[in-house]
Write a protein that binds this ligand. Structure first.
Ligand code: FES
Length: 133
């Protein structure tokens, strides 16, 4: 994952800005949490890119059955494909389904110079690169 500095923090390049269209397919990536690798994703909504752990607030399953498909058909809500929890794309708050009132775990995303970055903040860390991979 190429890196850049955002506010003095090491940001992880995710994708070119144009790869994320409003209400469209998301970009998946991986973060490290408590020495475990956990899936995450970024989507664009109302012009702004938002990032979350790819774990439903109901049962920690990935939201997208079809890779990168996080929005339901109207493009207004994120949806968990497993049991249908609906989330506000900008806050991650669950507004319908089995985990109503809970929320997705939000990640810090920055968009600069036509690129989208994840800025790791505790407790999330970049995935350590395997030395001999
Ligand atoms: S696992 Fe996502 S709604 Fe139940």
């Amino acid at each position: 994952m190429p890196e850049a500095s955002v506010d003095g923090m090491t940001a992880q390049f995710l994708c070119p800005a144009e790869a994320l269209i409003d209400g469209g397919t998301g970009v998946r990536f991986t973060v490290e949490l408590n020495a475990r690798q956990v899936g995450a994703f970024a989507v664009r909504f109302d012009g702004v890119v938002h990032g979350y752990l790819n774990q439903c607030a109901h049962v920690p399953m990935e939201l997208d059955w079809q890779e990168g498909r996080f929005f339901e058909s109207s493009g207004l809500y994120l949806i968990c494909a497993t049991h249908g929890a609906m989330y506000e794309p900008d806050s991650g708050q669950c507004v319908g389904g089995p985990c109503r009132g809970a929320a997705l775990a939000k990640l810090r995303i920055e968009e600069r110079d036509g690129k989208v970055f994840w800025v790791p903040e505790a407790p999330y860390r970049p995935v350590e690169q395997a030395v001999n991979a």
